[in-house]
Design a protein around this ligand. Structure first.
Ligand code: ZN
Length: 165
């Protein structure tokens, strides 16, 4: 198997660290076809990796395009994650000679996505949510209105489906 670019060999890591850059296919994110978030292109990375005693210091830029599902209209919309001053520290276990950055990068990129995606908040194209106002007017009677600024997750929409009694 070819050497993975995000696997850092600590034995050959120079004191001043190394610079790594490149891109990894969208499959890097390991998302399933029915997940509410999809990676639509490669992860581009440009990182400096350096050892500081028992920690591995990683900083640089990360960028990847995603498609999110709007929690209101349930339509898909593009969302770009660009982290220009990404930084993380990974503890190096004592018996480890190779550190894999994959999990940390994947998790931090996905955490950078909005947890309550709304298509009008997309940062790629400007868009008005076709469901804007629809849910509010329907729920005025019996449901407390959502506080301003709080989104609606897809799982909230699913919770509102009629349940058999
Ligand atoms: Zn929408």
């Amino acid at each position: 198997m070819a050497h993975h670019p995000l696997q850092i060999d600590l034995r050959s890591l120079p004191d001043e660290g190394i610079d790594i850059s490149g891109s990894l296919p969208a499959s890097f994110f390991g998302l399933k076809p029915d997940d509410i978030v999809q990676a639509t292109g490669p992860l581009a990375y440009e990182l400096h990796v350096e050892r500081d005693d028992q920690d591995l210091i990683v900083y640089g830029t990360l960028e990847a395009p995603f498609a999110l599902t709007c929690g209101r209209c349930v339509e898909s919309f593009p969302y770009q994650v660009s982290m220009e001053s990404y930084q993380t520290e990974l503890e190096i276990p004592s018996d480890t000679s190779t550190m894999d950055l994959t999990e940390a990068l994947r998790e931090d990129m996905l955490l950078a996505l909005p947890s309550y995606p709304r298509c009008e908040d997309g940062n790629v194209e400007s868009r008005e949510c076709p469901a804007q106002g629809r849910f509010q007017s329907e729920s005025d009677d019996d449901a407390p209105s959502q506080p301003e600024g709080q989104g609606q997750a897809v799982w909230d929409v699913l919770d509102k489906l009629p349940k058999p009694r």
